[in-house]
Ligand binder design. Sequence first.
Ligand code: NAD
Ligand code: GLY
Length: 368
Amino acid sequence: MTASGNVQTCTTVPIDLGDRRYDILIGSALLDAASTWQSLPPAGAAAIVTNTTVAPLYAERLQAALRPRYQRQLVITLPDGESHKDWASLNQIFDRLLAEACDRKTVLFALGGGVVGDMTGFAAACYMRGVPFVQVPTTLLAQVDSSVGGKTAINHPRGKNMIGAFYQPLRVVCDLDVLDTLPARELSAGLAEVIKYGPIADPDFLDWIEHNLDALLARDKAALAHAVRRSCEIKAWVVAQDERESGLRAILNFGHTFGHAIEAGLGYGEWLHGEAVGCGMVMASALSVELGLMPPSFAERMRRIVQRAGLPVVGPALGVARYLELMSVDKKAEDGDIRYVLIEALGRAAMMPAPAAVVSRVIEAHTA
Ligand code: NAD
Ligand code: GLY
């Protein structure tokens, strides 16, 4: 499969969730186009939630684009960073909405990466028991994963994304042009979530990623358009079948059990989420091999792809016991038993427990 299609043309990927169905729009120049926002519900106010990095880049443009539709457009600018994905930032959103007398028709717009998207979604789920919101993801990671599917949350010091809600947006708008300003390290972090979709759902996509990794790293628009579209299609397919993660949706967490332990163990913000997921996928691939589910060549292939994407393949030396302790508070754990998303065949993943001795061996072999 090769990257194709005119990126000026907007591609639409629907998420089929019955009366909560919505579209993901993917293309160039979407942010400024009035047509992007035209059919959103009318309201007295649009509240753009963003952060100190993204606001100077894109907030005014979004305000201008929303002006014909919404009489009032306020901008709520939060501090930047995973370490601010907390109650204080959430309260900042509520304080401002209340101070500005925003009613329950107010539409929230999450303009930023996954941190802003997750917090805005949670704020939308809670404010006046629920107001509509739109995701305007500005990182690759947010475009291919976090803005889609309605998981919203803040972190707790004891665990990542532990306080949250399922709450679907009205629309997701992925303007590929905003990725031009993304730092290279963040682009690589986003690639981790793109790579994830190959082993869990689509071997052809993994081949495509392998062949187009250089183009993706060079921000070739056609390659990015294909990567975002295919990732969103796979995520939409999974979420439509299992919105609330009673089973299948857990496969989207390939690499995340190890990854969340890395993030929490180092303190949020030390490694980027995508970096932790990249390294976590290398560990989960090795565990799939150790358990006899996959041939050794698979783990080596995953290690190579993750490394080529500019992501770490060796985890921090937290100690095996600390990894196991941190993984036991993962949301997939049941009665303290850690469950891992493992690859059973290329394109097929499943969640299962693994003997602690085998997991310990994998951690030892993949940490500095
Ligand atoms: P992020 O939101 O912290 O953004 C990364 C950095 O890039 C930030 O400094 C941000 O200000 C900056 N930035 C954003 N857009 C930019 C742009 N266009 N130009 C320049 N700088 C820009 O991180 P992220 O990787 O986008 O998201 C990670 C978060 O997403 C984590 O909190 C993770 O838990 C969450 N997540 C949620 C889901 C979900 O399903 N809800 C899925 C995956 C990840
Ligand atoms: N990123 C995992 C999920 O959306 O379920």
